[in-house]
Write a new protein. Structure first.
Length: 316
């Protein structure tokens, strides 16, 4: 490892103290053609660079070229703005009932703040989902929760009630597989505006069963167009430990039109959805120091040694 890499490691660990953000963004038909649009790619890069983990939906990229281009853009952006983060990705295969029109779930994440521990594609034996969840287990040691699973879902709108209810079966499988109930559901659930009504909630186990907390409420608008006002995109967590590990009032919509001063038409070039996000609490500085102290001591010692043996040159 180079001296510069060690310095980046120190910065990355100390930077973890500032917060840990998880985002979900339906990028609407994100394919090769769309990825050649500079404005779209620049906006996506800025959005994703705000997040430690970002789930993308409606990615149409079975060859991996679009995701590779976005990861490259993120890493160049990070270098340009001196963020010292290196981004990686993990993606599902093509999902959907039409072989020539499939979507992927793609997770983009910061290598310095989070690690992929495991992943698997849910085997939908009951044919309950149009786009079967691609589940990833993450470890983020600087957060209070540390270890958690993300379960994504992009429903077919007219099947939203049934698909959301079936997420409970996915939860039970994850609990058995990984011996953990620290789970977050996220994505375009289409849980609003006629696709899921108040009466429907009685038939959805993520509402009727205790322990599930919907962090993006029914009255939130996650859509770009002014004519719609629907909470299609949601974030749900299971269990008091996970809920307590969430930074209060951090679950929200990120309005890219407002934040980046885009017209509605320009925002729609990116997506007809806004991203949703939530922030995890970071451990106290004392906890982080105790956890990372051995690594930091080694890194600082090596960097100091290298700097000491470098030839000294004075300015002329």
């Amino acid at each position: 490892m180079s001296c510069l890499s060690l310095l980046f490691l120190i910065v990355g660990i100390s930077g973890a103290c500032s917060g840990f953000k998880i985002c979900a963004f339906n990028v609407r038909n994100f394919d090769i053609a769309k990825s050649t649009n500079y404005r779209v790619m620049h906006t996506l890069t800025k959005v994703v660079s705000r997040c430690d983990i970002c789930l993308l939906q409606e990615v149409k990229d079975v060859q991996g070229k679009v995701v590779k281009a976005l990861v490259g853009s993120l890493n160049r952006y990070s270098i340009r703005y001196d963020d010292h983060y290196h981004y990686k990705s993990v993606a599902s295969g093509g999902l959907g009932s039409k072989p020539n029109d499939t979507d992927q779930y793609v997770y983009l994440y910061r290598n310095e703040t989070v690690e992929v521990k495991d992943k698997y594609q849910y085997a939908d034996k009951k044919n309950a989902f149009s786009r079967d969840p691609f589940i990833v287990r993450f470890q983020a040691k600087a957060t209070e929760i540390e270890d958690f699973a993300l379960i994504p879902l992009h429903t077919v709108a007219i099947e939203a009630t049934n698909e959301i209810d079936q997420l409970y079966d996915v939860f039970e499988e994850v609990k058995l597989k990984w011996k953990s109930t620290q789970v977050m559901f996220l994505g375009t659930l289409n849980a609003a505006c006629g696709y899921m009504t108040g009466k429907d909630k009685a038939n959805i186990r993520l509402f009727s069963n205790p322990g599930f907390y919907w962090l993006i409420g029914d009255k939130v608008d996650t859509t770009v167009r002014a004519i719609s006002n629907c909470a299609y995109d949601r974030i749900v967590v299971h269990g008091q430990p996970f809920l307590k590990a969430i930074k209060p009032y951090s679950a929200k919509v990120f309005n890219i039109a407002k934040e980046y001063k885009l017209t509605v038409d320009k925002a729609l070039e990116v997506s007809d959805h806004f991203p949703v996000e939530v922030e995890l609490k970071i451990k106290s500085s004392g906890q982080i120091q105790a956890q990372f102290q051995p690594v930091l001591l080694i890194a600082i010692t090596v960097v100091t040694y290298v700097l000491d043996i470098l030839p000294f040159t004075s300015a002329v």
